[in-house]
Design a protein around this ligand. Structure first.
Ligand code: IMP
Ligand code: MG
Length: 187
């Protein structure tokens, strides 16, 4: 892995150096493969619908689904809770609703990171009302700040530090999503 202020990193960030790489490409790839195997084993039968929460999950989801060895459908939903701020606004808006039928299917909601857990709580209520066969969450990162851990949180990639993380889909004001590693931006 290149150093934090190497030309290779700075070319990608536009000159902004980062504080640390929290999870590098290799660690992420290894853990995603393990999660894929866990998901494959957890759903021996039935229809599986993988629902990616945009935009943060787009890279994680695309890597994850290629490690799951069973049939599935993929759709997305869009919720918004942060805007351009680093602090959660507390309100979650659903901007795009999946068109795929949820009833009777195993729903696996794929999230980039769980912070306060509010986004998740809101989505669980909403999706649970559509009578899926089961409802579970796969989150790449969990800051473990949620007051209660929902039983639906079945697959977690990494316990995350309580820093503001970017890369591998995670943004700050829509920047840095493309970084192949997960970094702590703050200096
Ligand atoms: P929660 O509702 O507070 O759990 O926030 C979850 C959402 O906030 C995630 O889906 C992310 O989009 C965003 N978020 C939370 N923490 C971070 C972070 O450290 N970096 C980037 N986005 C984050
Ligand atoms: Mg975001």
């Amino acid at each position: 892995m290149s150093t934090l202020s190497s030309p290779e990193v700075l070319r990608r960030t536009g000159g902004r150096s980062i504080k640390s790489i929290v999870f590098d490409e290799r660690e992420i790839a290894r853990r995603v493969r393990e999660l894929g195997a866990e998901v494959t084993a957890a759903y021996p039968d039935g229809d599986l619908l993988v629902l990616g929460l945009l935009k943060g999950s787009f890279i994680f989801l695309s890597d994850l689904v290629r490690t799951i060895e069973r049939p599935m459908q993929i759709d997305f939903l869009v919720a918004s809770s942060y805007g351009a701020d680093k602090v959660s606004s507390g309100t979650v808006r659903l901007l795009y609703d999946p068109e795929t039928k949820l009833e009777g299917k195993h729903i696996l909601l794929v999230e980039d990171i769980i912070d306060s857990g509010r986004t998740l709580q809101r989505l669980l209520g909403l999706l649970g009302g559509r009578r899926p066969r089961s409802l579970a969450i796969c989150a790449l990162l969990d800051k473990q700040l949620a007051p209660v851990r929902p039983p639906e949180l079945r697959f977690v990639g990494f316990r995350a530090p309580q820093a503001f993380l970017v890369g591998y889909g995670l943004d700050h004001a829509e920047n840095y999503r493309h970084l192949p590693f997960i970094a702590d931006l703050d200096s």
